[in-house]
Write a protein that binds this ligand. Structure first.
Ligand SMILES: CC(=O)N[C@H](C=O)[C@@H](O)[C@H](O)[C@H](O)COP(=O)(O)O
Length: 228
C-alpha cells in the first residue's frame, strides 16, 4: 500500500500567494496579507515562493504552507526548487510541504531523489509539480506525497491549453494513490468544482486570486474585443 504524509485535515482550496521581484505586489508583507484574506474565508492551505514569504505567512496564518523557490539556472529549464539548497531553505523556513519540479527533463527523475529524501528526513512532505501523466506516475514511484498538475502547459511536450488540464487531473486521480492537486490556470469557481469532480483532492488557485495585474488584463482584453 502506498503511504504518504497527510498534511491537510480535509479536501479543499489552497491559494497560491506569489509575487516575483518583477511583479507589482512583490515585497513587504503583501503576500502574508493575501494569505490572511484567503484563510479568513476558508482556504485550507497556502502555496508560496521564497523564504521571506514562507516565514511571514507561517507567522500570519495557521494552515499548512506549500513552499517553493523559483530559481533560474543558466542552461536549465527547471526553475521550481531546482536544487537541494532550495529544499533546505524551504524546510528551514518552516514550510510543511516542499513543492518541486518532477518533470522528465535533464535527468531530473534521478536527480530529484536526494531532494525528496532530505525533505522527508526533516519531516516535510513533498509535492511533485509535474506536466504529464507519465511524470505523475514516476513521481509517485519516487515516493512523493502529493502530485500537482502545475507544469502542464509549461513543458514543451505537455498539453498546451488555455484551460486547466482536466484530462490530466482525471487520469492521475484514476491511477495514483496519493492525492492529486489540481493546479494551473484555474480561473473560476466553476473550474475549481470541475477539477474536484475530475478527482482532485485539492485545488490550487493562484493568479485568479493573487495577481491583480493578470486579473485586470483579462478584463481589459475582454473590453477591447467590444466593437466601437
Ligand atoms: C508554471 C508556474 O510557474 N507556476 C507557478 C508555480 O508555483 C505559479 O506561478 C502559479 O501561479 C501557480 O502554479 C498557480 O497557477 P495559476 O496562477 O495558473 O492559478
Amino acid at each position: 500500500m502506498t503511504s504518504y504524509r497527510e498534511i491537510f485535515p480535509a479536501k479543499g482550496l489552497i491559494v497560491s500567494c506569489q509575487a516575483l521581484p518583477h511583479e507589482p505586489l512583490h515585497g513587504g508583507d503583501t503576500m502574508a496579507k493575501m494569505a490572511r484574506a484567503a484563510v479568513g474565508v476558508g482556504a485550507i492551505g497556502i502555496r508560496t515562493n521564497g523564504v521571506a514569504d514562507i516565514l511571514m505567512i507561517k507567522q500570519e496564518v495557521n494552515v499548512p504552507v506549500i513552499g517553493l523557490i523559483k530559481r533560474d539556472i543558466e542552461g536549465s529549464e527547471i526553475f521550481i526548487t531546482p536544487t537541494l539548497d532550495e529544499v533546505k531553505a524551504i524546510v528551514m523556513a518552516g514550510a510543511d510541504i516542499v513543492a518541486l519540479d518532477i518533470t522528465n527533463r535533464e535527468g531530473r527523475l534521478a536527480a530529484v531523489k536526494p531532494l525528496i529524501a532530505w525533505a522527508h528526513e526533516m519531516g516535510a512532505a513533498v509535492m511533485a509539480d509535474i506536466s504529464t501523466f507519465e511524470e505523475g506516475v514516476a513521481a509517485e514511484a519516487l515516493g512523493v506525497d502529493y502530485i500537482g498538475t502545475t507544469l502542464s502547459g509549461y513543458t514543451s511536450y505537455s498539453r498546451q491549453a488555455e484551460e486547466p488540464d482536466f484530462e490530466l487531473i482525471r487520469q492521475l486521480a484514476e491511477t495514483v494513490k496519493v492525492p492529486v492537486v489540481a493546479e494551473g490556470r484555474i480561473w473560476t469557481p466553476e473550474d475549481a468544482v470541475k477539477a474536484m469532480n475530475c478527482g482532485a483532492t485539492y485545488v490550487v488557485v493562484g493568479s485568479a486570486i493573487s495577481r491583480p495585474q493578470l486579473i485586470t488584463e483579462r478584463y481589459i482584453q475582454a473590453l477591447n474585443k467590444l466593437e466601437g
